[in-house]
Design a protein around this ligand. Structure first.
Ligand code: SAM
Ligand code: SF4
Length: 326
């Protein structure tokens, strides 16, 4: 078992397949012109499988594939198949644009739940936020995933002055469809135009929700990052991922592997541990994994607290979200 200095067992691995993406969400990409990592510098499919097996042998029972956009990687289907055979709970976070091409492989790999990102129900605003005309495709692929019987969570980064006026519409969407909307508080990363004034907090989202609906809280499961709610009579639910205002670090079980094979013990960690180079040199990477987790900070990578006014984005030491893998 991989345990850190605060007795937190780490059994959940998030693997980024690529830092490439076919959308350009401003809050995720760095400000400057960004060059995606060439394929040769990324973990190859076989390396992903072998490294994942090492984590599984050390107690990991859940793996999430993410990115960048995991489904733009040419060998994404092969990787999904390989990881589907590991006997862990496999899942995927995607922007939904390519899902229609992967539905068969997703189901064959035993994936039963998907996180699909969609920040707005307005086609023009989608274009503004992602700089790509893919709204209809994402909507039709969400509908497809539901028809195929998958548990669909919709990730919405809630931002003041941008999509905060759509909170009620998103919750209304859960009435007749089994959609699980998750509002995510806007988080700061290198060069992503973060400002505390733009964060729509858990408390503010809940206020909007309770003004419009009868809201009932649902029980929190262990390790869960989302505070979940239901409106009586609705097929779906909604939740808030309150990383900024009320983080859930105390029972964190997550580890991350970037597409270029660096392990991060926290989304906000200032350091990372190269696993790919030693793996390619034939070294045993298990001690490196354990050391990385022993070095894990108590909360938020030790970089900031919930006092958002005090966060100076220029002083944060981190990658941009697209290169970490959300
Ligand atoms: N491309 C896939 C997608 O968009 O779902 C997977 C990768 S993306 C980095 C994973 C999640 O991180 C998405 O739901 C995205 O909205 C979220 N995200 C990216 N930048 C964020 C930020 N600054 N604050 C909060 N969530 C963010
Ligand atoms: Fe791409 Fe996902 Fe980042 Fe948007 S949030 S730019 S879809 S990786």
């Amino acid at each position: 078992m991989i345990v850190d200095g605060f007795n937190r067992v780490h059994d959940y691995l998030r693997i980024s397949l690529t830092d490439n993406c076919n959308l350009r969400c401003f809050y995720c990409m760095p400000e400057e012109e960004y060059e995606f990592t060439p394929a040769s510098k990324l973990m190859q499919a076989e390396e992903i499988e072998t490294i994942a097996k090492i984590f599984v042998a050390n107690g990991v029972n859940k793996i999430r594939l993410t990115g960048g956009e995991p489904l733009v990687r040419k060998d994404a289907a092969d990787i999904i198949r390989r990881l589907g055979a590991l006997g862990v709970r496999l899942t995927l976070t995607t922007n939904g644009t390519r899902l229609h091409d992967f539905m068969d492989v997703i189901k064959a790999a035993g994936i039963t739940s998907l996180n699909i990102s969609l920040d707005t129900l307005d086609k023009d605003r989608f274009m503004l936020m992602t700089r790509r005309d893919q709204y209809d495709r994402v909507r039709s692929n969400i509908a497809l995933a539901i028809r195929e019987g998958l548990h669909v969570k919709v990730n919405v980064v809630a931002m003041k002055g941008l999509n905060d006026g759509e909170i009620v519409d998103f919750i209304r969407w859960t009435k007749d469809e089994p959609i699980h909307v998750r509002f995510i508080e806007f988080m700061p990363f290198s060069g992503n135009k973060w400002n505390s004034d733009r964060v729509m907090t858990w408390q503010q989202i809940l206020e909007v929700a309770t003004n419009a609906f009868d809201v009932l809280p649902l029980e929190r499961e262990k390790h869960e990052t989302a505070k979940k709610y239901i409106i009586p009579g609705h097929l779906g639910t909604f939740a808030v991922i309150s990383t900024m205002s009320a983080p859930f670090c105390s029972d964190c079980n997550r580890m991350r592997l970037t597409a270029d094979g660096k392990m991060k013990n926290c989304l906000f960690s200032t350091t990372e541990t190269d696993l790919l180079t030693p793996h390619r040199q034939g070294m045993d990477i298990v001690p490196l994994i354990y050391q990385s987790i022993r070095d894990k900070q108590k909360a938020l990578g030790g970089q900031f607290t919930t006092d958002m006014e005090k966060i100076e984005t220029s002083k944060l030491e981190n990658r941009s979200m697209i290169t970490i893998g959300g």
